[in-house]
Design a protein around this ligand. Structure first.
Ligand code: THU
Length: 134
């Protein structure tokens, strides 16, 4: 699956964004190691903190369908500047998807390539619960 195809799928997901409060639409396309794609959009809530981001929607959809190995995730918004995942999504991606590639895009379709370890260095993870427990 090419990054251009992932961008197309993420843009389709963005169209489904439910974001009446922020008016900020986000879409994501997550590629599994076996080549399947799971898409997601942000879904807001009148109780604002219950909002879920596009990245976590895509990842939770995938995990809930038995996926546990991932290759990359592409993120898109309507903004002219590159869209980057929030801190909560970085933590969840790091925990469930490991050091996957994160493709940031802008409204012109340009791409920037990061790893989760670039965006969330010195991450807390599952192993810490065992090695650092007293
Ligand atoms: N949002 C995402 O879906 N992904 C991000 O990486 C950043 C923020 C959403 C959450 C909320 O619905 C809106 O964008 C404004 O923060």
């Amino acid at each position: 699956m090419s990054n251009e195809n992932l961008l197309k799928l993420a843009r389709e997901a963005l169209q489904l964004s439910y974001s009446p409060y922020s008016q900020f639409r986000v879409g994501a396309a997550l590629l599994t190691s076996s080549g399947k794609v799971f898409t997601g959009c942000n879904i807001e809530n009148s109780s604002f903190s219950l909002t879920i981001c596009a990245e976590r929607t895509a990842l939770f959809k995938a995990v809930s369908e038995g996926e546990n190995s991932f290759s990359k995730i592409l993120i898109v918004s309507d903004a002219d500047d590159f869209i980057s995942p929030c801190g909560a999504c970085r933590q969840v991606l790091s925990d469930l998807a490991g050091d996957i590639e994160i493709i940031l895009t802008n409204s012109r379709g340009e791409m920037q390539y990061k790893k989760i370890s670039d965006l969330l260095p010195f991450a807390f993870g599952r192993a810490d619960l065992i090695t650092k427990r007293k």
